[in-house]
Design a binder for this molecule. Structure first.
Ligand code: GLU
Length: 303
């Protein structure tokens, strides 16, 4: 019990250290996206998309409003000091902006939690959303999706001293944390009803709860979990094999097919010209995953 308390106290300190972006004394600094290695996206100044209401309004306004995550290592992170967003999803958002004729520097990012993405797109609070957003048929009734631009899979994050949990079949009686409104949450609720499932707005709150022994495991996409584990490898590990397919898409307003198809074209062009791979290697690649071949783009008919 005593060790647990000490560990719990250390967890808070560890998070403070992580937030400051520095390692323990004498240890190498925590790896993170390095601005210098990121590709520069050429702005397509002649681009026009009059059939898209979203694009036309953004042009009038002069900048894009993009929804993202702010606490997912190597995917979507916001520097608390500068307010600058970085990560693979952020790079996807930036390369899309350049293809749509907007300088990526002018994007106004807005953090939106998993449970609030559909409403944000439906209410027109954002022009598009890039943040580990799984494409599925249920969501397609509410929003549109360009892509996919990456294929993730559901996994489990536990403390390094955990020996009992190797896959979702071991979750019976264990407390497992995920984000409200997410597909991993829904899968545990439906397929593993013996797990004690708790939900928070974000995965970083789940990770805090894991480090302070409030929960036994965190579940979401491997891409997200590997980022948290890479930042604190002494405290946490990802276990087992991915047990779902989570194709990441760019969320757009459902009726804006012109924007969706333009983003499909832009993704394809950036995969061909090497920007996608470069962006991956400078961001998500740093959590230990080599750049995969991007999944085929699904230009589905307007529904
Ligand atoms: N990809 C999953 C989802 O869209 C989990 C990650 C997230 O919550 O953003 O629900």
């Amino acid at each position: 019990m005593r060790t647990r308390k000490v560990l719990a106290a250390c967890a808070g300190l560890l998070l403070a250290v992580l937030a400051a972006g520095c390692g323990k004394n004498g240890s190498p600094p925590v790896k993170g996206p390095k601005a210098g290695e990121l590709p520069v996206y050429k702005v397509d100044t002649g681009f026009r998309l009059p059939d898209s209401r979203t694009w036309t309004q953004a042009k009038k306004r002069g900048y894009l409003r993009v929804g993202a995550k702010e606490d997912q290592p190597y995917l979507g992170e916001k520097d608390p000091a500068t307010g600058v967003y970085s990560g693979f999803d952020i790079e996807i958002a930036r390369m899309m902006a350049a293809s749509l004729g907007f300088d990526p520097k002018t994007i106004r990012f807005r953090t939106i939690a998993s449970a609030n993405r559909e409403t944000a797109l439906q209410n027109g609070q954002i022009d598009y959303y890039v943040g580990t957003y799984t494409i599925n048929d249920m969501r397609k009734k509410l929003v549109g999706f360009a892509g996919p631009y990456y294929m993730a899979g559901q996994g489990l994050l536990v403390r390094t001293d955990e020996d009992d949990i190797h896959g979702p079949q071991d979750l019976a009686g264990k407390t497992v944390c995920s984000a409200a409104g997410s597909t991993p949450y829904q899968r545990i609720a439906a397929d593993y009803p013996k797990a004690k499932l708790v939900a928070y707005d974000t995965y970083s709150i789940c990770v805090d709860n894991l480090l302070t022994f409030q929960v036994d495991a965190v579940t979401t996409d491997d891409a997200i979990l590997l980022g948290f584990a890479a930042k604190a490898p002494d405290e946490m590990k990802v276990v087992g094999k991915p047990f779902s397919e989570e194709p990441y898409g760019i969320g757009v307003p459902r009726s804006d097919n012109a924007l969706r198809l333009a983003l499909d074209d832009a993704l394809e062009a950036n995969e061909k010209n090497g920007n996608w791979k470069k962006a991956f290697e400078a961001t998500l690649g740093l959590s230990g995953t080599p750049a995969p071949k991007p999944p085929p783009i699904d230009r589905y008919p307007a529904n």
